[in-house]
Design a protein around this ligand. Structure first.
Ligand code: ZN
Length: 101
């Protein structure tokens, strides 16, 4: 019973040490993830998500469409599909006609 307070103290110190190391680890991992994110972005920017080839940007009105130079897949940025859908049906038809050979 006599050494219990000192055990509690050791536990307390160990806990603090653990939290300190955990925080350091989290911070270094966070930095790594940010670095990896940047590398991934640089590697994949304007690349087709399917085949990895270069995307070519086509402008149609206010909408910028990314079309793959290899597999001819079409990619839209966030909100662009809504913009096309919300517009008149005529615009959608015109828009789609770009991609028909
Ligand atoms: Zn592609």
């Amino acid at each position: 019973m006599q050494d219990k307070p000192s055990n509690n103290e050791s536990e307390f110190i160990a806990k603090i040490e653990f939290e300190k190391l955990k925080k350091l680890e989290e911070e270094s991992t966070k930095g790594l993830i940010e670095k990896e994110k940047l590398e991934i972005k640089q590697l994949h920017y304007m690349r087709c998500p399917k085949c990895g080839m270069q995307l070519i940007e086509l402008a149609y009105d206010q909408i910028k469409i990314d079309k793959c130079s290899s597999c001819e897949g079409i990619w839209l940025d966030a909100g662009e599909l809504d913009e096309i859908m919300n517009d008149s049906k005529g615009m959608l038809q015109n828009f789609l006609s770009i991609f028909h050979k």
